[in-house]
Each structure stands twice: as C-alpha cells, then as structure tokens.
Write a protein that binds this ligand. Structure first.
Ligand SMILES: Cc1cc2nc3c(=O)[nH]c(=O)nc-3n(C[C@H](O)[C@H](O)[C@H](O)COP(=O)(O)OP(=O)(O)OC[C@H]3O[C@@H](n4cnc5c(N)ncnc54)[C@H](O)[C@@H]3O)c2cc1C
Length: 491
C-alpha cells in the first residue's frame, strides 16, 4: 500500500511538493480552500480582461527549469516564455523616464549614462551578486536550514565573507554608486519583497543578479499559465486535487499527525505538508500544544509589506506605460520609513504598475489594456473602502501626471485588493502579501522551521519558512519539504 500524503494549500509551494511526493510513489491529496489553484498567483478574469492577481515578475527561470527537469520536463512543455526588453520602465518624473534594457552590457551603458564611471562599478557589483546567487540559490537554499552545520559542510564556507551577511544593502549600494537615481534601481527588489534596505543584508544583492543578469521574463497567457503547468504535471503523476476544500483541523495522536478534517470529513494521512500560511496552520489548525511557535513569537516577527492593488480594465491603449513600470517620483526613504518603521499608510508612495496586454494580446479585449497598480503598504493596517477610495484618487492623479494621459475616464472595470482580501482569501497573518521581511535575523536557520518539533511526520512549506517569499523560493520550499518526507520514508 502506498503511503498517503496530504498537502494543505495549492500555492506554488504545495504544487511543487505534490509532484515530488507523487513521483516517489506516494498517494497525494491536495486540499485547497479556494476554487482555483495557485494561491497568491491566482488569476482574475472578468469582462474580457485577465489579471495576474499576485506575482507578475517571472525571475530566476533556472529555478523553474530545475524543477521541471526533476520530471524529465521543461517549462516549454507547459508554457511559452518571452524575455522582456526593456525589462521595465522607471518614471523619476514626468520628464525623466528611463528604460532598463535587457542584458548586462546594455544596463552597464545605462548606468554609465546616469553616473560616469558607474559601469565599471556595476560590473564588480554584479560579479559579487552572481557569486552570492551561485552559492545562495544553487547550493544553500536547497537545504532544509535545520542547523548551522549545513553551512559548515558547505564547500564554499571559506567564501562566507563574500556573501556580505553583515553588511547592509543600503550602505553597500551607496558605497558603490553616488547618483540617487541609481539607488532605487538596485533597491526596489528588496523593498518590494522584503524589508528596508538598511535592515537587509547585502547578501540580497543576489536579486540584482536575478534582475540584470538573468532577466525579466513573461509566460504568455500570464502567470496562471505557470500554475496550470504545475497542476498538469502533478495530475499526470496521480495527484488528486480538492478545491473549495478548506482544511478545518489537523488531527494528531501523540507525536504524530493522523489526518485532516475537511468539510467535516476525516482524511487519513501518513505525512502532512502544511503549505498554507505557517501562522494559520499553527494557530488555527493544530492543537495549541503541537505548535512550533506562539502567537507572541509571530507578533515579534518583521513582516514584509502587504499590498494595496487595483485591477483595472481600460478602454484605450496607453502611450507611455510599458509591461512593467516603476513610479519612483517620490522619496524612497520616506515610503520605506512609513512602510517598515512607522507602519502607517504611506503619504506619497512609490507605485508599481503592470500592463501585460502590452506583451500579450489575449489578456485584454482589442484596443484595451489590463492595468494592475500595486502600492507596497505596511501589514496589519486597518483596511476598508474609504482608504481604498482615497488611494485610488491618489493613484489616478499620479498616473495622469506622470504619463500626461487621461486614465480615470477610461476605466471600464475596477476591483481593489488589500489586507482584508489577503486574510479572507489566504488566511494571511496581518493580511501579509509576501510573508516575512528578509532581515538577517529572519534568514536561513533563523526563519520559522520547515520541520515540526512536536510532530514527527509533519513539515511546513511556503513563503513563511525557508528559503522565503517569491515564486522561485516557494517552489524550492515545496521541493525541500517533500525531500524531507522522502528522507523519513527511506530511513
Ligand atoms: C501582490 C503580490 C505580488 C507578488 N509579486 C511577485 C513577483 O512578481 N514575483 C515573484 O516571484 N513573487 C511574487 N510574489 C510572491 C509570491 O507570489 C509568493 O511568495 C508565492 O506565490 C507564495 O506561495 P505559497 O505556496 O507559499 O503560498 P500561497 O500562494 O499563499 O498558497 C497557499 C495556499 O494555501 C491555501 N490555504 C490557506 N488556508 C487553507 C486551509 N485551511 N485549507 C486549505 N487551503 C488553505 C490558500 O488559499 C493558498 O492557495 C507576489 C506576491 C503577491 C501577493
């Protein structure tokens, strides 16, 4: 009889874990509370518009490829990737707009045009970033981060100082580049996904290698095509998906889990992977004496930002916006302080917009555009219609000013999304979008543990455990969690 595994949640971490376990011969059931798989990477489809609800930057294509290779497949068996060039557009003001091109040499030229002599510095900066990426992503993050011993065994331990774990990202960037227009170009990946650059170790410049070295890609049809690819692979390996099926309780006996209840029915399991938000699994599904962490622990964590988003359908084509746009016309430091330190609604936030219809004709009706606007906001804020209306007005004013085009009069579809939706859709702690901030004390072995310390046959996966937030890290998280179960079985 095959051993039975239950996975809670069909986000990227749950989907990747499901295929790895099914390939090993386990009978795998995935229970997902929502109608669709993908978790934060679901799609919203209405009135002929298709929106990526969450992730829109397809970075680190090698991580996706490495996953599919485990099954003798490639990403191209499931979806078509195109490399974006320019990668993105930066609006410093109405009159100063810069396109960041694809390819390291082209970006070097751009830096040189902004600050004389910065091209050479960028080359060194990116070489260091590539080293961190090679060591960090290719070797370290595929380990379960159970102990420091993993670092000791690690063949590049001797190069640990080159990882810049103790240097701040903020000062690292400023030491190398003097023109303030360059700073946000290098810092936006950490601020959008993690913590203030001052509190982020310079290790995370590996994200700049991801951006500039490896490129920004787009799966035609949108990010949900990637989700569909993961589901198709899992189903081909025999995984059973149950949608509209929220797990209500994890049942335990002594130091083992025995199954879950869903819609009042008990399903037996030899192993469970909790890939929904870690805090929810522990605080809502497990008995109090079986959790790894207390509510007090969670309250002491530094969360990554949440997001206030607008999904907008427009009955016109934009002249000025391209696929990815970063509106850096406001003070970066002020927004970062409001986001991470003061934890208040931002006064004049930075904005990110994506218009995938610029690349993909199938995601909006003819002559129309699908516009997603994202404002990074602090987690745990009081969300509601009036605050969303206020920021909608601010967004419209800013976009019209920066692009010189009318926007609000062309909106024919509108939906907003923020903390309350993250909480009700994903059981997200404090309505978080991307889990924990990438500070040093929340990196690797300092993150919430993959293994349960009380339940021998239960592991966690997803953006709140190792290696962290982002689609590629959560794919890795699912792989590693499944690998830990396979180790238990083979023991
Ligand atoms: C707005 C936004 C933009 C982002 N942009 C990017 C980007 O551009 N690039 C990038 O790489 N990453 C991006 N990310 C991050 C990335 O999307 C996430 O890190 C990743 O998708 C999280 O996957 P996960 O499996 O950990 O969690 P989730 O995707 O949240 O999956 C967990 C699943 O568990 C389900 N669940 C919860 N409770 C239960 C229960 N009781 N029973 C059953 N199921 C349950 C949830 O419904 C959900 O489907 C973005 C995220 C957001 C929110």
């Amino acid at each position: 009889m095959a051993e039975k595994a239950i996975i809670i949640g069909a986000g990227f971490s749950g989907l990747s874990a499901a295929s790895v376990l099914a390939k090993e011969g386990l009978q795998v059931k995935v229970f997902e509370k929502n109608r669709l798989p993908g978790g934060r990477a679901r799609k919203l489809e209405e009135d002929g518009f298709l929106f990526d609800m969450g992730p829109s930057w397809y970075w680190l294509p090698d991580v996706f490829e490495r996953f599919f290779h485990l099954f003798g497949k490639s990403a191209s068996d499931y979806y078509k990737l195109v490399r974006l060039d320019p990668s993105y557009r930066v609006f410093y003001s109405k009159d100063e707009i810069v396109d960041v091109p694809a390819g390291r040499e082209n970006v070097t030229e751009l830096f040189e045009s902004i600050e004389k002599g910065s091209g050479k510095k960028l080359a060194k900066f990116l070489d260091e970033a590539e080293y961190k990426y090679r060591v960090g992503v290719n070797q370290l993050v595929y380990k379960p981060a159970r102990s420091l011993f993993e670092f000791v065994q690690w063949d590049v331990f001797k190069g640990i100082f080159r990882l810049h774990l103790l240097k701040s990202f903020h000062s690292y960037v400023r030491k190398n580049f003097k023109d303030p227009r360059i700073w946000p170009l290098l810092e936006f990946p950490v601020i959008f996904l993690g913590a203030t650059p001052k509190r982020t170790p310079a290790l995370y410049s590996l994200m700049n290698h991801a951006d500039i070295g490896l490129g920004t890609w787009y799966p035609m049809g949108g990010m949900f095509e990637v989700v569909k690819g993961f589901v198709k692979l899992a189903e081909s390996l025999g995984v059973e998906f149950h949608y509209d099926s929220p797990v209500e309780k994890i049942v335990t006996s002594g130091n083992r889990v025995t199954g879950v209840t869903v819609n009042g029915v008990f399903y037996e399991a030899d192993y469970i992977i909790g890939s929904a938000d870690y805090h929810h699994i522990e605080q809502s599904l497990l008995p109090e004496n079986k959790t790894n962490y207390t509510e007090k622990y969670w309250d002491s964590r530094e969360m990554a930002p949440s997001s206030l988003m607008y999904y907008l359908g427009l009955n016109k084509k934009f002249q000025k916006m391209i696929h990815h746009n970063l509106m850096f016309d406001q003070d970066f430091e002020v927004h970062a302080t409001e986001l991470f330190e003061k934890q208040q609604w931002p006064s004049n936030p930075l904005l990110y917009t994506s218009v995938t219809s610029k690349t993909d004709p199938l995601v909006a009706p003819d002559s129309m555009e699908n516009l997603v606007v994202l404002i990074p906001v602090a987690p745990g804020l009081e969300d509601g219609e009036s605050v969303r209306d206020k920021y909608y007005g601010l967004v419209m004013d800013r976009l019209e000013k920066l692009t010189g085009e009318s926007v609000r009069d062309h909106v024919v579809f509108k939906r907003s999304y923020a903390h309350n939706d993250f909480s009700s859709d994903y059981n997200a702690y404090k309505g978080n979008a991307y889990g924990l901030g990438n500070t040093l004390m929340q990196t690797a072995i300092f993150k919430p543990k993959l293994h349960s310390s009380k339940l021998k046959n239960m592991v966690y996966a997803g953006q709140l455990t190792t290696p962290g937030p982002g689609v590629p890290p959560t794919i890795i998280s699912g792989q590693v969690a499944a690998g830990e179960i396979i180790k238990m079985i083979r023991k």
